[in-house]
Design a protein around this ligand. Structure first.
Ligand code: SF4
Length: 246
């Protein structure tokens, strides 16, 4: 049990990371290096601030009246870098009768994820690409742990939403999307799939951190491209929708 963890920030009125209005904890530290990351300041495991679960639960209690029908989402960064901390937050949320959602890239050891999943009602699984070489190019890590987690979630029947960021000239090629759609169609636990159109709202953070932003000249995903992509998923019976923002 770990009552202390490192977070980047909290948001008290989230509307896009899970059902209803949600209290969101953004944990600090992420092993991925996504080219489009809109929160590059979340990635270093040494930054952010250390907080106790007690502190977070006190903050969550203040919001209880309006998140009662939504819940609490732990996002990042990558929450599964701090599995004991994340599990403890969720366990305490369940004691308060609140729904819990885990927003993860799935880049973790399954064994570490399992204990968190026991206290997780919904998983928001970000699959950033499907073709392994392309996944590596986008994230700088292997896709294998993410696919292993996706299959495990299907096996245990854990409700999940898949999130896919559509980046023109990077993740939008048809082969990548059809292969991802074919894979998702084999899973039994997917409640919805969100196609998130690429935007550059996080670009200024890369500049502030002095990091080179390689997608400077990449255009935003158009509504037409989002619709074409959503249709590829829907053709396979997946409940896909185009969402706004990352
Ligand atoms: S997983 Fe999220 S926080 Fe980590 S690098 Fe990718 S976009 Fe950024």
């Amino acid at each position: 049990m770990s009552g202390i963890g490192r977070i980047h920030s909290i948001e008290t009125f989230g509307t896009v990371d899970g059902p209803g209005i949600r209290f969101i904890v953004f944990t600090q530290g992420c092993p991925l290096r996504c080219l489009y990351c809109h929160n590059p300041d979340c990635r270093s495991a040494h930054d952010g601030k250390e907080v106790t679960v007690d502190y977070l639960i006190d903050e969550i209690k203040k919001c209880k009246s309006f998140i009662r029908k939504g819940g609490v989402t732990v996002s990042g960064g990558e929450p599964l870098m701090q599995p004991e901390f994340t599990r403890e937050i969720f366990k305490r949320c369940h004691e308060l009768g609140l729904d819990t959602a885990l927003d993860t890239s799935g880049y973790c050891a399954i064994e570490a994820a399992k204990s968190v999943l026991e206290e997780t009602d919904l998983v928001l699984l970000d699959i950033k690409s499907y073709i392994p070489e392309l996944y590596y190019k986008v994230t700088n890590v292997s896709i294998e742990p993410t696919l292993a987690l996706a299959k495990h979630l299907s096996e245990i029947g854990k409700p999940a939403w898949i999130r896919f960021v559509l980046v023109p000239h990077l993740t939008d090629n048809e082969e990548n999307i059809t292969q991802l759609a074919d894979f998702i169609a084999t899973l039994k636990n997917i409640e919805r799939l969100e196609v998130l159109p690429f935007h550059k709202m996080g670009e200024y953070k890369w500049e502030q951190l002095g990091l080179p932003y390689s997608l400077k000249d990449t255009p935003p995903a158009t509504p037409e491209l989002v619709k074409q992509t959503v249709d590829i998923f829907r053709d396979r019976g997946i409940n896909a929708l185009g969402a706004v923002g990352l």
